[in-house]
Design a protein around this ligand. Structure first.
Ligand SMILES: [Zn+2]
Length: 158
């Protein structure tokens, strides 16, 4: 059985069964007597160290590890799904507008660019204030920590 959490759709957790030689099988499957335990794992490569019995109860404990140790850090950087949907819709509608009325699209995109830049700077400064590293900020944006620091250093105190 795989575990999912709505706001982090790219992550699927599962109880990875362990063979007698200590090797973890990195796929979800039914437990058999051949397994000596299980550990929580995720499709992203995250693996929890704690081992549980290869039983339905053990799998439940592994699921709790995935939910309590892996998901919270991901949620901190995951925008709410409803906003992602609205952002995608705005992008699609603006592309359509650009094809039909390019000057209207330019006007709209200039407005978006103005508030988007200000909000990016503000969000980066707030992320630093709550202790986020430049590496975390960069990873969230899909850029390097150096690029994140270079981009926002004028707008943050540290
Ligand atoms: Zn994951």
């Amino acid at each position: 059985m795989k575990w999912r959490f709505a706001d982090v759709p790219d992550h699927e957790g599962f109880a990875a069964p362990m063979l007698p030689n200590g090797e973890l099988l990195l796929s979800a499957g039914a437990f058999t007597d051949a397994f000596i335990g299980c550990q929580a794992a995720c499709s992203c490569g995250w693996i929890d160290r704690r081992r549980f019995p290869a039983t339905p109860e053990g799998a439940k404990n592994a699921e709790y590890q995935w939910l309590s140790r892996h998901i919270p850090s991901l949620l901190a950087a995951a925008p709410p799904r409803e906003l992602v949907i609205k952002s995608t819709l705005l992008c699609e509608q603006t592309m359509k507008l650009a094809a039909e009325r390019p000057l209207a699209a330019l006007s709209l995109l200039s407005q978006v660019e103005a508030w988007q830049r200000a909000l990016l700077n503000q969000a980066a400064a707030q992320a630093r204030e709550i202790g986020a590293s430049w590496a975390e900020i960069g990873e969230t944006m899909g850029i390097s920590k150096q690029a994140a620091h270079e981009r926002f250093k004028a707008h943050v105190n540290t």
